[in-house]
Design a binder for this molecule. Structure first.
Ligand code: KIV
Ligand code: ZN
Length: 565
């Protein structure tokens, strides 16, 4: 923004509190959750959901555990009206779920809303009118504070009158001073108290006062101050449920909600993944999982978040961004090498700690929760690009393919694989990493291929083995033989006898491959060149552990020739 442009905006006003209690509070229990996906969420979709899609979404919300679900604005459109009628007719609303319907404080709309809820066991009638100075001036053409308050009073009177005639539906009344976040807080309270005077809530049958940050104009601390001031200054706090309904214009909807809860609110309205007008409503998934990550049981079940996201994306035709907290594709993925190494160490350490104490608290560097708790897996955590660390490739080969590379081999393999990622200019998936590893290090056959070999354990003195091998070198067949104290040593001697030994063998490891479909073994051999300080690794994989060792030697030898050139 140009500096001249900033002149048209006013500094934040804030709210003067003599004593501020919310900074000293902690969130220790969940609020009442109310989904507004099917109303605020739906009304902001470029392609609103069809009735069939809304029915599927409603069932999804029920399965997650929402007990209060705003099902629309039934007086505003036939689709919304018919959707609610389908829910009732098809008996889709579980006994412990209360539907909520939004209505403006206007007479004919309130009448239609009561028709829409006929046959429901319980319903929240959610009445709203806008109260801020800007809305009073612009939308209500300079209406006075008294006139705006009167709209709320008239609406409440009518809802009260119609409720008295209802037999079968248990009504809870909710009032929202829309645009609360930029309404004078004392005036918002005045309107809400006028509504309470009419409705006459009790401690058993409380009114819901929903205090929306319809537009997020301020930093979250100001929102918290507004909520705390409101709660502390109302006359009958015990007869009201204070509800939050934040939007995300400044990108701090989650923070505003969390601070609003510290400030005394009891209930939270929001949507899955933050769908809603403009930058969206509060993302309930984030707030609930934030609570889970501090050990609070929220009553909402996001243990299969990927499947919830799939349904959401299909019916809303929106896409959850890759970096969306908890739900985004990349949020359990570390690209940075140091992060990958720390995560791998954390996973290994945790496995060890759990063996000693199954109740060990979750603590892995860079992971706020265990991805498994929301149906995601560790395999996707580490992905490889050219900035990744040496541990990343080793982790993938171990966790996906059961290959336990010796630690000293990690840098060699890492450098090779990252070079490929760098050339391609993109990340490699596990299958590509495996292919690249195999092509470079495993059972290689250029310039030398081990075609055949025979071992004779009775040859030479006790414990000695003789090896007769057929190799091709640069396409030419050759028979070589040697005697040693084991197959690898015997083949090394055969190399020496044929004038092919230009190395010392400096390391050898082998293991059975874990988690694979067959029972192959892997062997790793490190050679040091006679001509340089180069340390070279090769790997052999075969159903015979002996053969795996010989392949590893030949593979290392092949690499040595290239590195000596
Ligand atoms: O954001 C808002 O103010 C609303 C009201 C209708 C509660 O959605
Ligand atoms: Zn809203």
């Amino acid at each position: 923004m140009k500096s001249s442009s900033t002149k048209k905006y006013s500094p934040t006003k804030g709210i003067s509190l003599t004593q501020r209690d919310w900074p000293n509070q902690v969130i220790s229990s969940p609020p009442i959750w109310a989904s507004v996906d099917l109303r605020d969420g739906n009304q902001s979709l470029p392609v609103p959901m069809s009735i069939e899609e809304k029915l599927e979404y409603f069932d999804l919300l029920v399965s997650i555990g929402f007990k209060q679900i705003e099902v629309g604005f039934p007086s505003a459109s036939d689709t919304e009206f018919n959707f609610l009628r389908r829910l009732v007719k098809e008996k889709r609303i579980p006994n412990d779920v209360t539907i909520q319907v939004l209505v403006q404080a206007r007479e004919h709309l309130i009448h239609k809303t009561f028709q829409a809820i006929e046959g429901t066991k319980s319903a929240i009638i959610h009445l709203y009118n806008s109260t801020s100075p800007l809305q009073r001036k612009v939308t209500f053409s300079d209406a006075s504070k008294e006139q705006i308050k009167q709209i709320a009073i008239d609406g409440t009177l009518l809802v009260k009158q119609l409720t008295a005639n209802l037999q079968e539906t248990n009504i809870t009344f909710q009032y929202s001073p829309e645009s609360f976040s930029d309404t004078e807080t004392d005036y918002a309270l005045e309107v809400c108290e006028a509504v309470m005077d009419i409705w006459q809530p009790t401690t058993e049958n409380k009114i819901i006062l929903n205090l929306p940050a319809t537009v997020e104009w301020n930093t979250p601390n100001v929102h918290a101050d507004q909520i705390e001031w409101f709660c502390k200054n109302m006359q009958h706090r015990d007869k009201a449920i204070i509800s939050l309904h934040t939007h995300n214009d400044r990108g701090t909807g989650t923070a505003a909600t969390e601070l609003g809860l510290l400030a005394g609110a009891d209930r939270v309205e929001g949507t899955l993944f933050g769908n809603g007008e403009r930058t969206g409503n509060l993302d309930i998934v984030t707030v609930a999982l934030n609570m889970n990550s501090h050990g609070i049981n929220t009553g909402l079940d996001f243990s299969n978040l990927s499947s919830i996201r799939n349904t959401y994306e299909r019916v809303t035709k929106l896409t959850v961004p890759d970096r969306q907290p908890y739900a985004g594709e990349l949020v359990f993925t570390a690209f940075s090498g140091s992060h990958q190494d720390a995560i791998k160490k954390g996973i290994d350490r945790r496995a060890k700690d759990l063996k000693q104490d199954p109740n060990t608290q979750f603590a892995i560097p860079y992971l706020t929760i265990d991805p498994m708790d929301i149906g995601r897996s560790y395999e996707a955590i580490i992905r490889i690009n050219s900035q990744s660390g040496k541990g990343g490739v080793a982790y993938i080969l171990e966790s996906e393919y059961g290959l336990h590379l010796p630690k000293t081999m990690h840098p060699t393999v890492g450098t090779q694989i990252y070079g490929i990622a760098d050339k391609l200019g993109r990340e490699l998936d596990p299958a590509e990493i495996k292919t690249a590893f195999f092509e470079t290090f495993v059972n290689t056959h250029t310039p030398m291929e081990l075609v055949d070999y025979e071992l004779d354990h009775s040859a030479g003195s006790r414990g000695q083995v003789s090896c007769a091998a057929t190799i091709t070198l640069n396409g030419n067949k050759q028979n070589i033989s040697g005697l040693g104290n084991g197959p690898i040593n015997a083949l090394t001697e055969a190399f020496a006898n044929a004038g092919l030994k230009n190395f010392h063998l400096t390391d050898y490891r082998s293991h059975a491959i874990t988690g694979g479909s067959d029972s192959d073994s892997a062997a790793y051999i490190q050679l040091q060149s006679d001509e340089s300080t180069n340390l070279i690794w090769g790997c052999g994989i075969d159903s015979s552990i002996e053969m795996a060792g010989l392949y590893a030697l030949v593979s290392a030898w092949n690499t040595l020739q290239t590195s000596n050139q």
